[in-house]
Design a protein around this ligand. Structure first.
Ligand code: PRP
Ligand code: URA
Length: 217
């Protein structure tokens, strides 16, 4: 944890489950190859999705079990959209779809300029009714926060109210920037690392998530 940059912890859920931390250690390891890295990103996304959907409302429903009639519960209320920030966010989509198969998927294409570290948007396609959905905005890395913030601003401009940002590894700088710029967003992450290096990479981090997922190192 950084003692330099503080951020509003009340809107950040740190997923500290032992299985998550074990998987994250393997993910960080430079010896972990592309296939295992991709599998781990998918699995960690499922754990994050589980936490990020914990408060979804339920309604009662009556069903017939093989034994008797029973009152059970099923999901009600707003539907979900999963919005990966391309490219690395794509690695989290399948895991989340396993949890919520009926979710719609929108895409926001963004890459960081290697020199300025500022995000550049190059693609955007969202579900037509996105403003009525709970949006899970997903990207494994939250570094300066520039990419997440641009994506978030875009979603707010589409009048999306409920955005939950799922990142696997976050820097305190990114958490602080996003939370300060958007008063409503909640963030779910598996780790808050020490900070950023001179190239705006997360330390200790895991390197370039997109390159490790897609084998473009
Ligand atoms: C990475 C990562 C985030 C962004 C985080 O994407 O997946 O989108 O950087 O950095 P930030 O918080 O400082 O904006 P990158 O630009 O490398 O593109 P890629 O996913 O196509 O590899
Ligand atoms: N993007 C990455 O993929 N990794 C970092 O550490 C920072 C930005």
């Amino acid at each position: 944890m950084s003692d330099v940059i503080d951020y509003d912890r009340s809107r950040v859920t740190l997923i500290d489950h032992p299985l998550v931390q074990h998987k994250l250690s393997i993910l960080r390891d430079t010896a972990t190859g592309t296939k295992q890295f991709r599998d781990l990103v998918r699995e960690l996304a499922m754990f994050e999705g589980y936490e990020a959907t914990r408060d979804l409302p339920l309604e009662q429903t009556e069903i017939q079990t093989p034994i008797c009639q029973a009152v059970c519960r099923r999901l009600t209320g707003r539907k979900l959209a999963i919005i990966p920030i391309l490219r690395a966010g794509l690695g989290m989509v399948d895991g989340l779809l396993e949890l919520v198969p009926a979710a719609r998927v929108g895409h926001i294409g963004m890459y960081r300029d290697e020199r300025t570290h500022r995000p550049h948007e190059y693609y955007c396609k969202l579900p037509a009714d996105v403003e009525q959905r709970i949006c899970l905005l997903v990207d494994p890395m939250l570094a300066t926060g520039g990419s997440a913030l641009s994506a978030l601003e875009y979603l707010r401009a589409q009048r999306v109210q409920d955005v939950r940002l799922l990142s696997i590894v976050s820097a305190p700088e990114g958490l602080d920037a996003v939370l300060k710029a958007d008063a409503e967003v909640r963030i779910f992450t598996c780790a808050v690392d020490d900070g950023l290096n001179a190239s705006a990479y997360i330390v200790p981090g895991l390197g370039d998530a997109g390159d490790r997922i897609f084998g473009t190192l």
